[in-house]
Design a protein around this ligand. Structure first.
Ligand SMILES: *Cc1c(COP(=O)(O)O)cnc(C)c1O
Length: 371
């Protein structure tokens, strides 16, 4: 065996997205101890930068040392206790995972189903909130990566608040790609991932919790079942008040990468990053339209960072097309998931991958393999 040398790909699928050389370079810097004072400075800066991208003053804002799914589990494991009623709005794969989390925490999941490819229905949520006055939490996915749909996070959180529920929001694909305002929209618990619009290598999950959520966690009747994810323990490590105590060993070099990726967003400006995703998505959409390829999602609700296109009828073997894109053009796109398998392709324009160069490359490659 020899050292592994990865092929050079262009990552335009549902994540991971292209990582910029600048971030890879940051990641290759020498490892230092995770309790080194210099590392603690880095931890503080990461928290500050995360507050910037989440648009929050939340004290409890930090990166979980594990992928987006662990951020999801951190939210549910800490906020759901046995018997708690949680309304979960499902409009794709990741909503179903939320249901699974509620059940495994001993909660009672009230599941609202919306058709895949459409946003979470505000009316249906209101009906369930009326029917379940004892519900404690409303959970939904802000940007469903399985379908390419954005839901109205602001309106859903406001509605939950009207019925005295806190909310849990999946922003794995949203963060830095579309508008998101944790404090302005009253989000209580939110998780994201490093490998989508932050364009970091996978494996880190930024999270943030409101004061209200923190109080619920502190007032729990029972300890959090997961030792690793128990925020009461993790905060002894990530908190800046008082001495940091060993909880686990942070993935030091992955934190260098996260710090650099957040700096990149800050330098560009969060709003500019949202706009770049929107503008380039429009260019991609125009290009696909010229080829006669249409989108699954109504433009009003379509995510710029995840473009779900309908596979034309004349394509009988869609997997062969994806294989050709990969082998002949080094281009990775995503297949359809679940009910959409074989019906759609998912073309990501996330973070560093959202560039004019990639839009051109992608359209050119599609033209070549579809002929
Ligand atoms: C990718 C993704 C996840 C899971 O993140 P992992 O890092 O793969 O664990 C969760 N929710 C959404 C919406 C995602 O796109």
């Amino acid at each position: 065996m020899q050292s592994f040398i990865p092929p050079k790909r262009t990552l335009m699928g549902p994540g991971p997205s292209d990582v910029s050389p600048r971030i890879l370079e940051a990641m290759a810097r020498p490892t230092i101890g995770h309790l080194d004072p210099a590392f603690q400075v880095l931890m503080d800066e990461i928290k500050e930068l995360l507050r910037y991208v989440f648009k929050t003053e939340n004290k409890l804002t930090f990166p979980v040392s594990a992928p987006g799914s662990a951020g999801m589990e951190t939210c549910f494991a800490n906020l759901v206790e046995k018997g708690d009623k949680v309304i979960v709005c499902v409009n794709g794969v990741f909503g179903n995972r939320m249901v699974e989390n509620v059940v495994r925490c001993g909660g009672e999941a009230i599941v609202i189903q919306d058709e895949w490819g459409t946003p979470v229905s505000i009316n249906k949520l209101e009906e369930e909130l009326k029917a379940n006055p004892d519900a404690k939490i409303v959970a939904f996915v802000a940007a469903e990566t399985s379908t390419g749909v954005a839901s109205d996070t602001k309106a859903l959180c406001a509605l939950a608040e009207d019925y005295n529920c806190i909310n849990i929001v999946d922003a794995v694909t949203s963060l830095a790609g579309i508008e998101l305002d944790v404090d302005g929209w009253g989000i209580d618990a939110i998780y994201s991932g490093s490998q989508k619009c932050l364009s970091c290598p996978p494996g880190i999950s930024p999270v943030s919790f409101s004061e209200r959520a923190v109080k619920i966690i502190k007032d729990r009747q029972t300890p959090v079942q997961s030792w690793f994810m128990d925020l009461n323990l993790v905060m002894g490590y990530w908190d800046d008040t008082g001495g940091r105590s060993y909880h686990h060993t942070a993935p030091v070099n992955a934190m260098y990468a996260l710090h650099e990726s957040l700096l990149v967003v800050k330098e560009e400006g969060l709003e500019n990053s949202w706009k770049r995703h929107a503008d380039l998505s429009q260019k991609l959409r125009d290009g696909f339209a010229e080829m006669g390829i249409s989108y699954l999602v109504d433009k009003k609700h379509a995510l710029p960072q995840l473009n779900t296109i309908i596979i034309p009828d004349h394509i009988t073997d869609e997997a062969a097309i994806r294989t050709r894109l990969l082998n002949e053009h080094n281009l990775e796109i995503g297949a359809g998931l679940g009910a959409l398998a074989g019906k759609v392709w998912r073309v990501g324009l996330m973070g560093h991958a959202a560039s004019q160069e990639n839009v051109d490359k992608c359209l050119k490659a599609f033209k070549a393999v579809m002929n």
